[in-house]
Ligand binder design. Structure first.
Ligand code: AP5
Length: 219
């Protein structure tokens, strides 16, 4: 299955994509993680993307589309993937459709995690991430057992640079899923809203229910 998770910054796409990828044995592709890796390793793409990311803006489509299309063309993506953070524009959505169509494939479902703004700000400003395995924590909602250490691998936890209050405000202003992209998925009958204000386990349950319904799995 080829699944897209949509939603504003902080809506829980990364948290949920990790769970779904593990449960269904799909590849988890986070464009945010791919870009942060490119910045950390100093690639050309990373150098070009850094300024946009630091200011809370979207990285231009011409940089994003090539990176993502190349990645989903690799063999490990063939059995299924969950996209976290892509597409974010109508141009990216159309490019994704075209790349999949060229391989006689298509997106199966686009699940939109809906969370009000005040809660998004709370979530982003309290987020901590494991520098070793990428596990996501929150200082109130999902605390690690030992402050600053990952429960899973004991790695050190850090806060993302773009989770600073001013950048968070820019991200929320500039990076909500745009209406024309949502209309694209709604018109194809692929879009479903999921209430993201519930606790993590309940959001996961609702996502799995939608996925199972699409796959025709009886519950
Ligand atoms: P990216 O890393 O994708 O950032 P984002 O979309 O802003 O999403 P986040 O990772 O901030 O949030 P999330 O929805 O994954 O939430 P999470 O699960 O972590 O992108 C970074 C940058 O790269 C962008 O700003 C842009 O510049 C660039 N970029 C990336 N893709 C791009 C593209 N396609 N085009 C152009 N530019 C692109 O959860 C957040 C917090 O909430 C955590 O602390 C978590 O523990 C907590 N939480 C999660 N769910 C719940 C819940 N149900 N209840 C309570 N707490 C919860």
């Amino acid at each position: 299955m080829y699944l897209i998770l949509l939603g504003a910054p902080g809506s829980g796409k990364g948290t949920q994509a990790k769970v779904l990828a593990q449960r269904f044995r799909w590849l988890h592709l986070s464009t945010g993680d791919m870009l942060r890796e490119a910045v950390a390793t100093g690639t050309e793409l990373g150098k070009k993307a850094k300024g946009f990311m630091d200011s809370g803006a979207l990285v231009p489509d011409e940089l994003m589309i090539g990176m993502l299309v190349e990645r989903i063309g690799r063999p490990d993506a063939a059995a299924g993937f969950v996209l976290d953070g892509f597409p974010r524009t109508l141009g990216q959505a159309k490019a994704l459709d075209e790349a999949l169509a060229a391989a006689s494939k298509s997106i199966d479902l686009a699940l939109n995690i809906v969370v009000p703004d005040q809660e998004l700000i709370r979530r982003l400003s309290g987020r901590w991430i494991c520098s070793s395995c990428g596990a996501i924590y929150h200082e109130i909602y999902n605390r690690p057992k030992i402050t600053g250490r990952c429960d899973l691998c004991q790695g050190e936890l850090y806060q993302r640079d773009d989770d600073k209050p001013e950048t968070v405000r820019n991200r929320l202003e500039q990076q909500r899923p745009p209406k024309e992209m949502m209309d694209h998925y709604r018109a194809s009958g692929l879009l479903m809203d999921i209430d993201g204000l519930q606790d993590v386990a309940k959001v996961t349950a609702d996502l799995i229910e939608a996925i199972d319904a699409k796959r025709g799995v009886a519950r």
